[in-house]
Design a protein around this ligand. Structure first.
Ligand SMILES: [Fe+2]
Length: 247
């Protein structure tokens, strides 16, 4: 196991930091063959087909049920997230991008002619951040530094939850809602479309995100995005991860 690989599995904050800023690790896990509903997503053997890799999930694929089912994670992580990694590797093959850290690729290609590289690199980044934004037994209310920052910025936790849920449910079409540390030092809620995120848009530093693309919830909630968002906030939101991103 390489040092970076050990960092990935030793703690989740390390996982997110390392996975979102570095290029490929030969020992990282990729996804296996065709996935069937309910099939565990952890592959038996690592698959590394290019410089970028699918980071390991920080929990078992059953840990977020019933808020997010094993089947949803199987497709979302095992097929969609893996698909972005695979496509990105195809697009950067033989190019300088292949040796750059993921976040550097994403920022450098935003708004450029390299639309495919941007979309896929940003989606790899966003999804890795999304898996970190959830945990088994999450939800409830944050404590400590994050709780204080939320109170200062939103008045109280209930006001924040309302604003975050509103952003997640009203994002038109595919996208994301975020809790962000703004450049003014205050927390704020934002929403972004498709692959965009607060980093490329200059909205601040991401602390937490919820994926509101239909592939994130349709198997479990069909068209009821609001139910997914409410359950996500109450049951799986990872406040300690968000606090760790404050720095
Ligand atoms: Fe997604």
């Amino acid at each position: 196991m390489s040092l970076s690989r050990r960092a990935l599995v030793s703690s989740f904050a390390a996982f997110a930091t390392a996975a979102l800023s570095r290029p490929a690790l030969a020992g990282d896990k990729g996804s296996g063959g065709p996935l069937k509903p309910g099939q565990p997503v952890t592959p038996a053997a690592p698959v590394a087909t290019g410089p970028f890799v699918l980071p390991a999930l920080p929990y078992a694929d059953t840990d977020l049920a019933p808020v997010i089912s094993q089947s949803t994670i199987g497709f979302h992580y095992g097929k969609h997230h893996q698909g972005y990694v695979t496509k990105l590797n195809e697009l950067v093959a033989g190019k300088d991008w292949a040796s750059k850290p993921l976040d550097e690729v994403m920022k450098a290609t935003y708004g450029s002619d390299n639309v495919g590289i941007y979309n896929n690199s940003a989606q790899v980044w966003n999804h890795t951040f999304y898996w970190g934004s959830m945990k088994k037994g999450g939800g409830g209310a944050p404590a400590g530094k994050l709780a204080d920052a939320i109170k200062t910025s939103f008045g109280d936790f209930e006001a924040f939850k309302k604003e975050f849920a509103q952003a997640a449910t009203t994002q038109f079409g595919a996208g994301w809602a975020w809790l962000v540390l703004g450049t003014d030092g205050k927390l704020k809620v934002t929403k972004t479309a498709n692959a965009d995120n607060p980093i490329v848009l200059g909205q601040g530093k991401p602390l937490l995100t919820i994926d509101v693309w239909e592939h994130a919830y349709y198997l479990d909630y069909q068209n009821k995005r609001g139910d997914y968002v409410a359950a996500w906030i109450e049951k799986v939101a990872n406040w300690s991860f968000a606090e760790s991103q404050l720095g």
